[in-house]
Design a binder for this molecule. Structure first.
Ligand code: GLV
Ligand code: MN
Ligand code: MN
Ligand code: MN
Length: 397
Protein backbone atom coordinates (compact mmCIF):
# COMPACT_ATOMS: atom_id res chain seq x y z
CA UNK A 1 0.00 0.00 0.00
CA UNK A 2 2.70 2.46 1.04
CA UNK A 3 2.38 5.98 2.37
CA UNK A 4 0.05 8.13 0.27
CA UNK A 5 1.62 11.53 -0.33
CA UNK A 6 1.04 14.83 -2.11
CA UNK A 7 4.26 14.21 -4.06
CA UNK A 8 2.29 11.71 -6.19
CA UNK A 9 0.23 14.51 -7.72
CA UNK A 10 2.77 17.33 -7.52
CA UNK A 11 3.08 17.59 -11.30
CA UNK A 12 -0.62 17.52 -12.14
CA UNK A 13 -2.22 20.81 -13.12
CA UNK A 14 0.71 23.13 -12.55
CA UNK A 15 -0.13 26.59 -13.88
CA UNK A 16 2.88 27.83 -15.84
CA UNK A 17 1.39 31.31 -16.24
CA UNK A 18 -0.03 32.10 -12.80
CA UNK A 19 2.22 29.81 -10.75
CA UNK A 20 0.80 27.18 -8.40
CA UNK A 21 -1.98 24.91 -9.62
CA UNK A 22 -5.11 25.36 -11.72
CA UNK A 23 -7.22 22.24 -11.43
CA UNK A 24 -10.78 22.83 -12.54
CA UNK A 25 -13.71 20.45 -12.64
CA UNK A 26 -13.64 17.96 -15.50
CA UNK A 27 -10.75 19.75 -17.23
CA UNK A 28 -7.69 17.61 -18.04
CA UNK A 29 -5.83 18.17 -14.73
CA UNK A 30 -8.95 17.39 -12.69
CA UNK A 31 -9.66 14.28 -14.76
CA UNK A 32 -6.07 13.14 -14.22
CA UNK A 33 -6.39 13.68 -10.46
CA UNK A 34 -9.66 11.77 -10.41
CA UNK A 35 -7.97 8.87 -12.24
CA UNK A 36 -5.10 9.02 -9.76
CA UNK A 37 -7.59 8.85 -6.87
CA UNK A 38 -9.42 5.85 -8.32
CA UNK A 39 -6.16 4.00 -8.90
CA UNK A 40 -4.74 4.92 -5.49
CA UNK A 41 -7.92 3.91 -3.70
CA UNK A 42 -8.03 0.56 -5.52
CA UNK A 43 -4.41 -0.05 -4.57
CA UNK A 44 -5.41 0.71 -0.97
CA UNK A 45 -8.00 -2.06 -1.22
CA UNK A 46 -11.03 0.23 -1.48
CA UNK A 47 -14.01 -0.03 -3.85
CA UNK A 48 -14.60 3.17 -5.80
CA UNK A 49 -17.87 4.52 -7.10
CA UNK A 50 -18.84 7.83 -8.71
CA UNK A 51 -22.13 9.26 -7.55
CA UNK A 52 -24.70 10.97 -9.76
CA UNK A 53 -23.02 14.35 -9.16
CA UNK A 54 -19.45 13.33 -9.92
CA UNK A 55 -18.32 12.98 -6.31
CA UNK A 56 -15.99 9.99 -5.84
CA UNK A 57 -16.41 7.53 -2.96
CA UNK A 58 -13.85 4.90 -2.00
CA UNK A 59 -15.32 2.32 0.35
CA UNK A 60 -13.69 0.10 2.92
CA UNK A 61 -16.37 -2.51 3.44
CA UNK A 62 -19.85 -2.60 1.97
CA UNK A 63 -21.23 0.87 1.28
CA UNK A 64 -23.81 1.18 3.97
CA UNK A 65 -25.58 3.34 6.49
CA UNK A 66 -23.89 5.13 9.35
CA UNK A 67 -20.54 5.24 7.57
CA UNK A 68 -17.59 7.24 8.82
CA UNK A 69 -16.62 9.43 5.85
CA UNK A 70 -13.48 11.49 5.43
CA UNK A 71 -12.00 13.37 2.49
CA UNK A 72 -12.03 16.75 0.80
CA UNK A 73 -11.56 17.98 -2.78
CA UNK A 74 -8.94 17.86 -5.55
CA UNK A 75 -9.89 20.95 -7.55
CA UNK A 76 -8.20 24.31 -6.94
CA UNK A 77 -8.67 28.01 -7.37
CA UNK A 78 -6.81 29.54 -10.36
CA UNK A 79 -3.12 29.59 -9.40
CA UNK A 80 -3.82 27.90 -6.07
CA UNK A 81 -1.57 26.09 -3.62
CA UNK A 82 -0.75 22.41 -3.38
CA UNK A 83 -2.56 21.75 -0.09
CA UNK A 84 -6.07 23.26 -0.18
CA UNK A 85 -8.17 20.18 -0.87
CA UNK A 86 -5.65 17.51 -1.85
CA UNK A 87 -4.11 17.40 1.64
CA UNK A 88 -7.45 16.19 2.99
CA UNK A 89 -7.80 13.53 0.29
CA UNK A 90 -4.24 12.25 0.56
CA UNK A 91 -4.39 12.23 4.38
CA UNK A 92 -7.71 10.38 4.32
CA UNK A 93 -6.31 7.66 2.03
CA UNK A 94 -3.16 7.45 4.14
CA UNK A 95 -5.03 7.20 7.44
CA UNK A 96 -7.30 4.47 6.04
CA UNK A 97 -4.28 2.61 4.60
CA UNK A 98 -2.63 2.72 8.01
CA UNK A 99 -5.73 1.41 9.74
CA UNK A 100 -5.91 -1.44 7.25
CA UNK A 101 -2.23 -2.30 7.57
CA UNK A 102 -2.49 -2.36 11.36
CA UNK A 103 -5.19 -5.03 11.16
CA UNK A 104 -7.86 -2.73 12.60
CA UNK A 105 -11.38 -4.03 12.07
CA UNK A 106 -13.92 -1.18 11.69
CA UNK A 107 -17.34 -1.56 13.23
CA UNK A 108 -18.94 0.71 10.60
CA UNK A 109 -18.36 1.23 6.87
CA UNK A 110 -15.65 3.74 6.02
CA UNK A 111 -15.44 5.92 2.92
CA UNK A 112 -12.96 8.38 1.51
CA UNK A 113 -14.77 11.03 -0.52
CA UNK A 114 -13.66 13.53 -3.16
CA UNK A 115 -16.18 16.30 -3.66
CA UNK A 116 -16.48 17.84 -7.12
CA UNK A 117 -15.82 21.58 -7.77
CA UNK A 118 -15.35 22.69 -4.15
CA UNK A 119 -13.78 25.97 -5.21
CA UNK A 120 -16.39 26.91 -7.78
CA UNK A 121 -13.53 27.96 -10.05
CA UNK A 122 -15.08 26.66 -13.24
CA UNK A 123 -18.84 27.07 -12.74
CA UNK A 124 -18.89 29.84 -10.13
CA UNK A 125 -20.64 28.04 -7.25
CA UNK A 126 -18.41 26.81 -4.43
CA UNK A 127 -19.02 23.34 -2.98
CA UNK A 128 -21.02 22.39 -6.06
CA UNK A 129 -20.68 18.61 -5.55
CA UNK A 130 -21.76 18.69 -1.92
CA UNK A 131 -24.55 21.20 -2.65
CA UNK A 132 -25.95 18.96 -5.37
CA UNK A 133 -25.68 15.91 -3.11
CA UNK A 134 -27.54 17.58 -0.25
CA UNK A 135 -30.08 19.39 -2.39
CA UNK A 136 -28.65 22.80 -1.46
CA UNK A 137 -28.76 23.91 -5.10
CA UNK A 138 -31.61 23.56 -7.57
CA UNK A 139 -30.49 20.95 -10.15
CA UNK A 140 -31.98 22.88 -13.08
CA UNK A 141 -30.10 26.01 -12.07
CA UNK A 142 -26.96 23.91 -11.61
CA UNK A 143 -27.27 22.33 -15.05
CA UNK A 144 -27.42 25.82 -16.58
CA UNK A 145 -24.25 27.09 -14.82
CA UNK A 146 -21.79 28.16 -17.50
CA UNK A 147 -18.01 28.41 -17.55
CA UNK A 148 -16.07 31.24 -19.19
CA UNK A 149 -16.11 29.39 -22.53
CA UNK A 150 -19.90 29.08 -22.52
CA UNK A 151 -19.88 25.37 -21.65
CA UNK A 152 -22.73 24.44 -19.31
CA UNK A 153 -22.33 22.14 -16.32
CA UNK A 154 -24.74 19.77 -18.06
CA UNK A 155 -22.44 19.64 -21.10
CA UNK A 156 -19.27 19.25 -19.03
CA UNK A 157 -20.85 16.51 -16.90
CA UNK A 158 -21.97 14.70 -20.01
CA UNK A 159 -18.49 14.91 -21.55
CA UNK A 160 -17.12 13.44 -18.30
CA UNK A 161 -19.46 10.45 -18.60
CA UNK A 162 -22.20 11.53 -16.18
CA UNK A 163 -25.87 11.73 -17.08
CA UNK A 164 -26.71 15.43 -16.63
CA UNK A 165 -30.36 14.53 -16.08
CA UNK A 166 -29.28 12.76 -12.88
CA UNK A 167 -27.49 15.74 -11.34
CA UNK A 168 -29.21 16.67 -8.09
CA UNK A 169 -30.12 15.52 -4.60
CA UNK A 170 -28.81 12.07 -3.75
CA UNK A 171 -30.69 10.89 -0.64
CA UNK A 172 -29.15 7.43 -0.90
CA UNK A 173 -25.55 8.65 -0.87
CA UNK A 174 -26.41 11.12 1.88
CA UNK A 175 -28.17 8.53 4.02
CA UNK A 176 -25.00 6.44 4.16
CA UNK A 177 -23.07 9.23 5.87
CA UNK A 178 -23.07 8.75 9.63
CA UNK A 179 -20.37 11.32 10.25
CA UNK A 180 -18.03 13.39 8.06
CA UNK A 181 -14.55 14.56 9.05
CA UNK A 182 -12.66 16.80 6.60
CA UNK A 183 -8.96 17.39 7.12
CA UNK A 184 -7.78 20.67 5.57
CA UNK A 185 -4.73 22.90 5.55
CA UNK A 186 -5.43 25.95 7.70
CA UNK A 187 -5.92 29.05 5.58
CA UNK A 188 -4.97 31.64 8.16
CA UNK A 189 -2.58 32.05 11.07
CA UNK A 190 -4.64 30.55 13.89
CA UNK A 191 -2.49 27.47 14.53
CA UNK A 192 0.77 29.36 13.92
CA UNK A 193 -0.17 31.88 16.59
CA UNK A 194 -1.20 29.11 19.00
CA UNK A 195 1.93 27.04 18.32
CA UNK A 196 -0.16 23.94 17.56
CA UNK A 197 0.28 21.59 14.57
CA UNK A 198 -3.41 20.62 14.38
CA UNK A 199 -6.76 21.97 15.52
CA UNK A 200 -10.48 21.47 14.97
CA UNK A 201 -13.00 23.84 13.41
CA UNK A 202 -15.65 25.55 15.50
CA UNK A 203 -17.45 27.55 12.80
CA UNK A 204 -17.38 28.96 9.27
CA UNK A 205 -18.24 32.58 8.48
CA UNK A 206 -21.48 33.22 6.60
CA UNK A 207 -20.52 33.96 3.02
CA UNK A 208 -21.71 34.39 -0.52
CA UNK A 209 -20.89 35.47 -4.04
CA UNK A 210 -22.55 38.25 -6.00
CA UNK A 211 -22.17 39.41 -9.59
CA UNK A 212 -21.91 43.19 -9.92
CA UNK A 213 -22.50 44.28 -13.50
CA UNK A 214 -21.95 47.83 -14.64
CA UNK A 215 -23.45 48.64 -18.03
CA UNK A 216 -22.44 51.64 -20.13
CA UNK A 217 -22.02 52.46 -23.81
CA UNK A 218 -19.51 50.58 -25.93
CA UNK A 219 -17.71 53.02 -28.21
CA UNK A 220 -14.51 54.05 -30.00
CA UNK A 221 -11.50 54.93 -27.80
CA UNK A 222 -10.27 57.59 -30.20
CA UNK A 223 -13.44 59.06 -31.67
CA UNK A 224 -15.31 59.54 -28.37
CA UNK A 225 -14.47 62.67 -26.35
CA UNK A 226 -14.01 62.28 -22.61
CA UNK A 227 -17.22 64.25 -22.02
CA UNK A 228 -19.28 61.92 -24.22
CA UNK A 229 -18.33 58.68 -22.56
CA UNK A 230 -20.43 56.29 -20.53
CA UNK A 231 -17.50 54.09 -19.57
CA UNK A 232 -18.44 51.11 -17.35
CA UNK A 233 -14.83 50.32 -16.52
CA UNK A 234 -14.38 53.65 -14.77
CA UNK A 235 -17.67 53.16 -12.93
CA UNK A 236 -16.68 49.59 -12.02
CA UNK A 237 -13.36 50.81 -10.63
CA UNK A 238 -15.25 53.21 -8.34
CA UNK A 239 -17.60 50.38 -7.40
CA UNK A 240 -14.70 48.13 -6.42
CA UNK A 241 -13.32 50.82 -4.14
CA UNK A 242 -16.84 51.10 -2.68
CA UNK A 243 -16.81 47.36 -1.93
CA UNK A 244 -13.58 47.74 -0.01
CA UNK A 245 -14.91 50.77 1.88
CA UNK A 246 -18.12 48.94 2.80
CA UNK A 247 -16.13 46.11 4.41
CA UNK A 248 -13.89 48.57 6.27
CA UNK A 249 -17.05 50.19 7.67
CA UNK A 250 -18.31 46.84 8.99
CA UNK A 251 -15.72 45.58 11.51
CA UNK A 252 -14.89 41.88 11.19
CA UNK A 253 -16.45 41.52 7.75
CA UNK A 254 -14.53 40.71 4.57
CA UNK A 255 -15.31 41.75 1.01
CA UNK A 256 -13.23 40.91 -2.03
CA UNK A 257 -13.33 41.51 -5.75
CA UNK A 258 -10.84 39.00 -7.11
CA UNK A 259 -12.22 38.62 -10.57
CA UNK A 260 -13.35 41.17 -13.15
CA UNK A 261 -14.37 40.85 -16.78
CA UNK A 262 -14.67 43.62 -19.33
CA UNK A 263 -16.84 43.23 -22.43
CA UNK A 264 -15.76 43.19 -25.17
CA UNK A 265 -12.23 43.76 -23.83
CA UNK A 266 -10.22 45.63 -26.47
CA UNK A 267 -7.47 48.16 -25.80
CA UNK A 268 -9.00 50.64 -28.24
CA UNK A 269 -12.60 49.96 -27.21
CA UNK A 270 -14.61 51.73 -24.53
CA UNK A 271 -16.31 48.74 -22.94
CA UNK A 272 -20.05 48.17 -23.03
CA UNK A 273 -20.08 46.42 -19.65
CA UNK A 274 -17.81 45.44 -16.80
CA UNK A 275 -18.52 42.71 -14.26
CA UNK A 276 -16.90 42.42 -10.85
CA UNK A 277 -17.55 39.33 -8.74
CA UNK A 278 -17.99 40.04 -5.04
CA UNK A 279 -17.07 37.56 -2.29
CA UNK A 280 -18.52 38.80 1.00
CA UNK A 281 -18.22 37.15 4.42
CA UNK A 282 -19.08 38.07 7.99
CA UNK A 283 -19.80 36.64 11.42
CA UNK A 284 -23.55 36.19 10.95
CA UNK A 285 -25.98 35.76 8.08
CA UNK A 286 -27.58 39.11 8.90
CA UNK A 287 -24.30 41.03 9.05
CA UNK A 288 -23.19 39.54 5.72
CA UNK A 289 -26.46 40.52 4.05
CA UNK A 290 -26.25 43.98 5.63
CA UNK A 291 -22.75 44.35 4.22
CA UNK A 292 -24.01 43.52 0.74
CA UNK A 293 -26.90 45.98 1.12
CA UNK A 294 -24.29 48.61 1.95
CA UNK A 295 -22.24 47.55 -1.09
CA UNK A 296 -25.35 47.96 -3.25
CA UNK A 297 -26.02 51.48 -1.93
CA UNK A 298 -22.40 52.52 -2.33
CA UNK A 299 -22.20 51.01 -5.82
CA UNK A 300 -25.29 52.98 -6.94
CA UNK A 301 -23.73 56.16 -5.57
CA UNK A 302 -20.39 55.33 -7.20
CA UNK A 303 -21.90 55.05 -10.69
CA UNK A 304 -24.47 57.83 -10.27
CA UNK A 305 -22.73 60.46 -12.42
CA UNK A 306 -21.26 58.07 -14.97
CA UNK A 307 -24.25 57.48 -17.23
CA UNK A 308 -23.94 53.79 -16.38
CA UNK A 309 -26.22 51.46 -14.46
CA UNK A 310 -25.28 48.82 -11.91
CA UNK A 311 -26.93 45.58 -10.79
CA UNK A 312 -25.90 43.31 -7.91
CA UNK A 313 -27.13 39.72 -8.29
CA UNK A 314 -26.65 36.85 -5.82
CA UNK A 315 -24.83 33.86 -7.31
CA UNK A 316 -24.46 31.61 -4.26
CA UNK A 317 -24.94 31.71 -0.52
CA UNK A 318 -23.66 29.77 2.50
CA UNK A 319 -25.20 30.21 5.95
CA UNK A 320 -23.02 30.62 9.01
CA UNK A 321 -21.92 27.12 10.08
CA UNK A 322 -21.48 26.15 13.69
CA UNK A 323 -20.01 22.67 13.79
CA UNK A 324 -21.65 20.22 16.19
CA UNK A 325 -20.06 21.38 19.48
CA UNK A 326 -20.42 17.99 21.17
CA UNK A 327 -18.78 16.17 18.24
CA UNK A 328 -15.93 18.67 17.98
CA UNK A 329 -15.36 18.72 21.75
CA UNK A 330 -15.34 14.91 21.81
CA UNK A 331 -12.85 14.76 18.94
CA UNK A 332 -10.68 17.45 20.57
CA UNK A 333 -10.64 15.29 23.70
CA UNK A 334 -9.61 12.25 21.66
CA UNK A 335 -6.63 14.27 20.42
CA UNK A 336 -5.67 15.36 23.92
CA UNK A 337 -7.15 18.83 23.79
CA UNK A 338 -6.33 20.56 20.51
CA UNK A 339 -7.53 24.14 19.82
CA UNK A 340 -10.88 24.95 18.22
CA UNK A 341 -10.66 27.54 15.45
CA UNK A 342 -13.16 29.61 13.48
CA UNK A 343 -12.74 29.32 9.70
CA UNK A 344 -13.00 32.23 7.31
CA UNK A 345 -12.89 29.77 4.40
CA UNK A 346 -15.80 27.71 3.16
CA UNK A 347 -15.68 23.91 2.94
CA UNK A 348 -17.78 20.93 1.87
CA UNK A 349 -17.93 20.01 5.57
CA UNK A 350 -19.84 23.26 6.06
CA UNK A 351 -22.43 22.24 3.48
CA UNK A 352 -22.64 18.72 4.91
CA UNK A 353 -22.96 20.02 8.49
CA UNK A 354 -26.59 20.97 7.82
CA UNK A 355 -27.42 17.30 7.16
CA UNK A 356 -24.75 15.09 8.76
CA UNK A 357 -22.72 15.47 11.99
CA UNK A 358 -19.52 16.98 10.61
CA UNK A 359 -16.17 18.15 11.89
CA UNK A 360 -12.96 19.57 10.47
CA UNK A 361 -9.34 18.99 11.35
CA UNK A 362 -6.91 21.77 10.41
CA UNK A 363 -3.18 21.40 9.78
CA UNK A 364 -0.92 24.37 10.53
CA UNK A 365 0.09 26.58 7.60
CA UNK A 366 3.28 28.48 8.53
CA UNK A 367 2.79 31.13 5.85
CA UNK A 368 -0.81 31.79 6.91
CA UNK A 369 -1.42 32.27 3.15
CA UNK A 370 -3.85 30.25 1.05
CA UNK A 371 -5.45 30.38 -2.40
CA UNK A 372 -1.90 31.20 -3.48
CA UNK A 373 1.21 29.19 -4.35
CA UNK A 374 2.62 30.36 -1.00
CA UNK A 375 0.21 28.14 0.91
CA UNK A 376 2.30 25.60 2.82
CA UNK A 377 2.41 22.89 5.48
CA UNK A 378 5.55 21.29 6.92
CA UNK A 379 5.99 17.55 6.33
CA UNK A 380 5.99 16.96 10.10
CA UNK A 381 2.67 18.82 10.48
CA UNK A 382 1.12 16.87 7.60
CA UNK A 383 2.22 13.69 9.41
CA UNK A 384 0.67 15.02 12.62
CA UNK A 385 -2.53 15.60 10.64
CA UNK A 386 -2.62 11.99 9.41
CA UNK A 387 -1.88 10.73 12.94
CA UNK A 388 -4.72 12.84 14.30
CA UNK A 389 -7.11 11.75 11.55
CA UNK A 390 -6.23 8.10 12.15
CA UNK A 391 -6.95 8.54 15.86
CA UNK A 392 -10.26 10.24 15.14
CA UNK A 393 -11.28 7.46 12.75
CA UNK A 394 -10.37 4.84 15.36
CA UNK A 395 -12.45 6.67 17.95
CA UNK A 396 -15.43 6.85 15.59
CA UNK A 397 -15.12 3.24 14.45
C1 GLV B 1 -13.14 28.19 -0.55
O1 GLV B 1 -11.98 27.87 -0.42
C2 GLV B 1 -13.57 29.46 -0.10
O2 GLV B 1 -13.82 29.63 1.08
O3 GLV B 1 -13.57 30.35 -0.93
MN1 MN C 1 -10.04 26.82 -1.21
MN1 MN D 1 -10.49 23.66 0.32
MN1 MN E 1 -12.83 26.01 0.19
Amino acid sequence: MGTVSLAEIADVGRDRVRGGYSRHLFEPADLELREWFVDRAIRTGLDVETDRNGNLWAWWGEPGPDAVVTGSHLDSVPGGGAFDGPLGVVSALDAVARLKTSGFVPSRPVAVVVFAEEEGSRFGVACLGSRLLTGAIDPDAARRLTDTHGVTLAEAASAAGLDPAHLGPDPEALSRMGVFVELHVEQGRGLVDLGAPVGLASSILAHGRWRITVTGQGNHAGATTMAERRDPVVAAARTIVAVHDAALASPGSRATVGRIAVVPGGTNVIASSATAWLDARAATNASTLALVDDVRRRAEAAVADSGCTVTVVLESWSDLVEFDPALSAGLAGTLGGVPLLASGAGHDAGVLAARVPSAMLFVRNPTGVSHSPEEFAETADCAAGVDALERLLRSLL
